[in-house]
Design a protein around this ligand. Structure first.
Ligand code: UDX
Length: 438
């Protein structure tokens, strides 16, 4: 296998996992981030995000000398005289108020790379960006480079999901390479050669669209089943059985078909908006995406509706919220449904006690007037209602008899349909699940 000198700009979820995984494949990687404190932490061996398997992978590859960190793009592109053949752009593309993706960082990084490159370089866009960004990156590089050094621009979107990012990166369903130069295609194929996955080579714009279209499609699947769950509740059917029956059709598939409190995280909500925005810009109003977002926003009303249905007046009542992260196995709270739900409960003067096995320290900085419990039992003590907002596996193994004895009113709202409702009812709980009878 050929090993290369590579540079990854951006040490967020995508950049850090990509850098670590490429080092694991045997390449020499320089990871760059403008946040000096983050670089200091990484150099000191601390992993700034919670992601299963990432910390040991960083450690292993740092030790082997295949992974170094710097805050300077110029240094990253030419680290100690070693020229990076490929530079990955993995910086954030945060949402602007109008829903479009803010590409300020992508442009700034592209210009810096253009300044620093000393020989043929493949510049790869890994960040999720709207279609035609590659064209803009090319124009930006031309403006700075002025034909000095040959280069190619490639779109190589990342499909990793948080919580399984390392696994997803090393064992992806596919590798998409949007490229028009055979030279750059060959290099990218060699970079990923140790990974066994189908490689789909496309033009630049199609690759960019694959990423937005995939995330929007998955979000649509979730909103679809959540809409079905509302109908299930209205007629007394069971969305779990409906999803099972639908999922057995291999054309539909059972994955990403779980009803619940809706999707959160930094990808689905913002990518949906950005995809809708760019489609409008290009003269097609992709209205379906708006409905998908609307279903997702209103899905969170379920909790308030059910709490009111069980407890009548909310003022002064105590609600325990188990799970704050937008999904299990991450400490990420961005667009987490729990935040919205807690805000609405607080508006109604409910006393909220919260617990999350990993995300609590981050949540403390965001949520004021919330009691953070040291464990689920402390959260449940004296509560009138317990809401499960994230399906952490440990919640399924709790001692519910103990929880029953601790709560003031034994009501459980399982917003992720992850608990054994029948067993809980036997213990004397009132249990409500999303789109399920009972
Ligand atoms: C997602 C995509 O899966 C990934 O390919 C892309 O690169 C980034 O966006 P991520 O946001 O990390 O990854 O999480 P994912 O596991 O897809 O879940 C997103 C949200 O949807 C979570 O809030 C989850 O709880 C919710 N979800 C997921 C459902 O409500 N039902 C489901 O069936 C699946």
């Amino acid at each position: 296998m050929k090993s290369y000198d590579l540079c990854v700009v951006g040490c967020g979820y995508v950049g850090l996992v990509t850098g670590a995984a490429l080092a694991e494949l045997g390449h020499r990687i320089v990871c760059v981030d403008s946040d000096k404190a983050k670089i200091r932490a990484l150099r000191a061996g601390r992993c700034p995000i919670y992601e299963p398997g990432l910390a040991p992978m960083l450690r292993r590859n740092r030790k082997a000398g295949r992974l170094v960190f710097t805050h300077s793009i110029a240094e990253g592109v030419n680290y100690r005289g070693r020229r990076a053949l490929v530079v990955f752009i993995a910086v954030g593309t945060p949402p602007r108020p109008d829903g479009s993706a803010d590409l300020f960082f992508v442009e700034a990084v592209a210009a810096e790379i253009a300044k620093a490159m000393k020989g043929y370089t493949v510049i790869v866009d890994k960040s999720t960006v709207p279609v035609e960004t590659g064209e803009w990156v090319r124009k930006t590089i031309d403006r700075v480079n002025r034909g000095r050094v040959p280069y190619d621009v490639v779109s190589n979107p990342e499909f990793l999901a948080e919580g399984s990012a390392v696994e997803d990166t090393l064992h992806p369903d596919r590798i998409v390479i949007g490229v028009s130069s055979p030279r750059a295609e060959q290099i990218l194929r060699e970079v990923y050669a140790p990974i066994r996955a189908p490689v789909l080579v496309t033009d630049l714009k199609s690759a960019e669209l694959i990423k937005h279209a995939s995330n929007s499609f998955l979000a649509t699947k979730i909103s679809f089943i959540n809409a079905v769950s509302r109908l299930c509740e209205a007629v007394g059917a069971d969305v779990e059985l409906v999803a099972k029956g639908m999922g057995l059709d291999r054309r539909i598939g059972s994955r990403v078909l779980r009803a619940g409190l809706g999707f959160g995280g930094f990808c689905f909500p913002k990518d949906l908006e950005a995809f809708h925005w760019i489609s409008r810009q290009k003269g097609y109003d992709f209205k379906l995406l708006e409905t998908v977002s609307e279903i997702n926003d209103t899905q969170k009303d379920w909790v308030l509706r059910k709490v009111e249905g069980e407890l009548w007046n909310l003022e002064g009542k105590r609600v325990a919220v188990l799970g704050l992260a937008f999904k299990p196995n991450t400490d990420d709270l961005r667009f987490a449904p729990s935040l919205d739900i807690i805000a609405r409960l607080k508006e109604r003067r409910v006393k909220v006690a919260a617990f999350d096995p990993v995300a609590a320290p981050k949540a403390k900085k965001l949520l004021k007037g919330v009691e953070f419990a040291r464990d689920p039992y402390a959260a449940a003590k004296g509560a009138d209602c317990l809401v499960v907002a994230t399906e952490w596996p440990q919640f399924m193994k709790l001692d519910f008899s103990r929880i029953h004895s601790l709560m003031r009113t034994p009501v459980i709202l399982d917003g992720r349909n992850c608990l054994d409702a029948a067993a809980l009812r036997k213990l004397g709980f009132v249990v409500r699940q999303v789109g399920r009878p009972g």
